[in-house]
Design a protein around this ligand. Sequence first.
Ligand code: MYA
Length: 159
Amino acid sequence: MCFACGDEQANGLHLRVFAAEGVAVTAQFEVAAAHQGAPGLIHGGLLTLAFDEVMGSLQWMMRIPAVTGRLETDFLRPIPLGRTVHFAARCRGVHGRKLYHCAEGRLDGPDGEPVARASALFVEVRLDHFAKHGRAEEVQAVLDNPGDHRTLRAFEVNP
Ligand SMILES: CCCCCCCCCCCCCC(=O)SCCNC(=O)CCNC(=O)[C@H](O)C(C)(C)COP(=O)(O)OP(=O)(O)OC[C@H]1O[C@@H](n2cnc3c(N)ncnc32)[C@H](O)[C@@H]1OP(=O)(O)O
């Protein structure tokens, strides 16, 4: 039940991420009333969350379990509610356990006005990172139905 991508989260971001050319993904985020910060505008933290999710999706494509170590967002333009942010993210490089990603958000279309940029460092972890640190109920639910989790984030790469 991920807040960024889970269908069950009534006020979640409901992000859908798609494989692109190379080690890259695209995604869309419809900014709803529940995502408000200042009146009529998106909350900046939620935009950063969207970047975290979109860049974090690259790991699924790379088949490397990793967590966010550092994430920096540049807020270029205010984003009104009711608009759609189109994201494009790619892996810039890998050094040891460190994965360097970058992403951009554009308004209302993949060629729309750039409204935000982000860069992140993800750090590869062993799978037991999640089992060890997560609350037991949710970890057990994944272990009971591992297929659900895999299917949810499966990309068709070069289908
Ligand atoms: C049950 C199974 C379920 C599976 C489901 C999968 C779901 C997946 C969901 C995905 C979730 C989606 C995403 C989410 O939302 S993930 C949620 C948010 N992120 C976290 O909770 C991460 C919390 N932090 C940690 O666990 C540890 O600090 C990590 C693991 C990150 C590193 O601690 P660890 O002790 O392991 O490693 P290390 O400290 O030797 O560092 C290693 C290298 O990295 C460099 N470094 C580290 N931090 C920074 C930094 N801030 N700036 C610059 N550099 C940094 C460091 O210098 C070193 O470099 P070098 O010396 O090698 O050159």
